[in-house]
Design a protein. Structure first.
Ligand code: ACO
Length: 330
């Protein structure tokens, strides 16, 4: 007797696109203005360079470029989208949202658009949120964007933070499609999100409209964040494996948040994921917060690694703390 599975709506990736501002800031450039060295930065973080938004570029500018690239990749236009979610912690303005600006930039006058803030975990949180909309049947196609201009939140005299971050944007188009309800389906197979507000002081921005009435600067207890990151990330990835009956061996690609090469390597090792399956872009982009996972997906898709049918685990951890993982059949 064969078991039949009920049909199930899945959120299938039908488009992917990215945008990086053209200006590159290398570690050698930073050596000129800071008491730091290329050797220190590479050894502690794996970062070699980062992209920095131009004076005329804002988070919505980067996000709109990525959104247009993802729509072109899908062969779709704004008219085909009914949900836009932008993950960002660096909006152009306190309000309106970056998402509504991108919605207008795409010429859309229908659907719903909103921002979601979960710092570096933002893209995983936004994919998971979009998945809930699409698999409920309420919406048909979602544009999920991670876009950041972290360069604007940094104290460029603080060598302990400013060397770590960069700017950029990435976007995917998710479409509700009927699957068989098995892990052979294309689309988001499972997603697991967590947060714990007790850790707010470990990684935060010391300003905001309701406190200082200023934007503030990013502050981080790097060593403390590092200490928690590996345990948190491996916990949600293992939850994804358990929910789907998959293992590290079944993965085609592991696409982690790109904060620090040592966190990525330690997490992959603890999870038993082979190094050749781990996508690394932190050397090229630095930590672009909510943009880091879609930017890494773009690099691995464009160089021919990620192909339709592949099993891809994305994960991230960030301020809050927030953390999450999603398993996607590409
Ligand atoms: N260049 C040279 N020296 C430096 C620099 C620099 N850029 N930055 C710090 N140092 C010095 C420190 O002053 C310190 O000197 P001291 O010993 O004389 O006091 C020494 O280097 C060691 O500093 P630590 O902070 O202990 O260095 P550590 O090995 O912990 O590395 C780092 C720091 C890279 C920040 C690491 O802790 C880390 O990556 N943490 C995790 C960050 C992260 O993953 N964040 C993800 C979330 S981000 C988000 O959600 C927005």
């Amino acid at each position: 007797m064969t078991l039949s599975h009920p049909a199930k709506l899945r959120s299938v990736v039908v488009g992917l696109g990215c945008y990086l501002p053209p200006r590159i800031l290398s570690n050698a450039d930073l050596e000129k203005t800071l008491d730091t060295t290329d050797e220190w930065i590479v050894q502690r973080t794996g970062i070699r360079q980062r992209h920095i938004a131009g004076e005329d570029e804002r988070t919505s500018t980067l996000g709109l470029r990525a959104a247009k690239a993802a729509l072109a990749d899908a062969g779709l236009s704004g008219a085909d989208i009914d949900l836009v979610i932008v993950a960002t912690s660096t909006p152009d303005y306190t309000f309106p949202s970056v998402a509504t600006q991108i919605q207008a930039g795409l010429g859309m006058t229908h659907g719903v658009a909103f921002d979601l803030q979960a710092v570096c975990s933002g893209f995983v949180f936004a994919v998971t949120t979009a998945d809930k909309f699409l698999t409920s049947g309420s919406h048909k196609r979602a544009l999920v964007i991670g876009a950041e201009t972290f360069s604007r939140l940094l104290d460029w005299n603080d060598r302990t933070t400013c060397v770590l971050f960069g700017d950029g944007a990435g976007a995917i188009v998710l479409e509700a499609q009927e699957g068989d309800g098995t892990i052979a389906d294309r689309g988001v197979l499972t997603a697991h999100l967590r947060s714990d507000g007790r850790y707010r002081d470990k990684l935060y921005v010391d300003g905001g409209p309701s406190s200082t009435r200023t934007t503030g600067h990013l502050k981080m207890e790097g060593r403390e964040v590092f200490r928690h990151a590996v345990a948190m990330v491996t916990d949600v990835v293992q939850a994804g494996f358990a929910a789907t009956g998959t293992t590290a061996e079944d993965l085609s690609w592991f696409v982690p948040h790109q904060a620090n090469r040592r966190i990525i390597d330690a997490s992959a090792e603890k999870l038993g994921i082979a190094p050749q399956k781990v996508v690394i872009t932190v050397d090229l982009h630095g930590n672009t917060s909510a943009a880091s996972v879609p930017l890494a997906l773009c690099v691995a898709r464009d160089d021919g690694r990620i192909k339709p049918g592949d099993l891809v685990m994305i994960e991230a951890m960030g301020g809050g703390f927030t953390w999450g993982a999603a398993l996607i059949r590409w």
